[in-house]
Design a protein around this ligand. Structure first.
Ligand SMILES: [Zn+2]
Length: 232
């Protein structure tokens, strides 16, 4: 290779590195300020005052426990959005590994991971099924087997709706796949963010109807909604 070609290759390499570094930094760099913070064991919300009861004390929670990495705040929130909308598998791997390590030894025996399913049409346009990818990495890091037990029909994306409209997710939006083999299992549902919990609730109800033993939820982040669960 002559020196002129070599110079061009070096320039090209530098350009790619600058460009990639500018749009998507390495996951470890993007997340270097992040500190894990557990939330309420039942609803996942941030606990503000240990002496005060959590807002979930006055409402029904459709699962047994929530695990989270933190609140839906920087830098976690940006990383989750980029994973979803910029189809960034490296970040899904990075976050999935942290969540998987957090879950080690925290779930009962006979547990299987079930990712929150994404409608096929949306998967086609987004080019990434982030919850499934996340679940794969959680499974790898925690040693818990994964089973894609749920199937979802095409509905409007949750992220494009307001909090009140999200609650109208139809009850029959999810089905059990044939031969899901989850009866008598402990389930660990995986999603990226817990906001109103409606999607996870529909999934929990579908699984409960199929005769599962218990349902635990593991998410990357939980949105703190000030009005959530408050008495009117
Ligand atoms: Zn709570």
């Amino acid at each position: 290779m002559n020196s002129a070609t070599n110079r061009w290759l070096v320039l090209l390499d530098q350009f790619i590195e600058d460009w990639v570094g500018m749009t998507l930094p390495r996951p470890a760099v993007a997340m270097q300020e992040f500190v894990q913070e557990d939330g309420c064991m039942w609803c996942g919300e941030t606990i503000h005052n240990d002496l005060e009861r959590c807002t979930c004390a006055t409402r029904r929670v459709p699962w047994n426990r929530v695990f989270r990495l933190g609140a839906y705040e920087q830098p976690l929130s940006t990383s989750i959005l980029q994973t979803k909308y910029a189809a960034w598998p490296e970040m899904a791997a990075f976050l999935g590994k942290i969540l998987g390590e957090r879950l080690r030894g925290c779930v009962p025996p006979n547990t299987v991971i079930v990712p929150i399913p994404m409608p096929l049409l949306r998967k086609f346009f987004r080019r990434i099924d982030h919850a499934h990818l996340l679940a794969l990495h959680v499974s790898r890091a925690s040693g818990i087997p994964i089973r894609r037990a749920l199937f979802r029909r095409n509905t409007t994306p949750q992220a494009s709706k307001t909090a009140s409209r999200r609650k109208s997710l139809p009850r029959n939006a999810m089905w059990l796949r044939p031969w899901a083999r989850i009866k008598g299992k402990n389930i660990l549902l995986i999603d990226d963010v817990l906001t109103t919990g409606k999607t996870l609730e529909v999934a929990s109800n579908t699984l409960q109807a199929a005769g599962v033993l218990s349902i635990q939820v593991a998410v990357l982040a939980v949105t703190n909604l000030p009005q959530k669960g408050k008495k009117l």
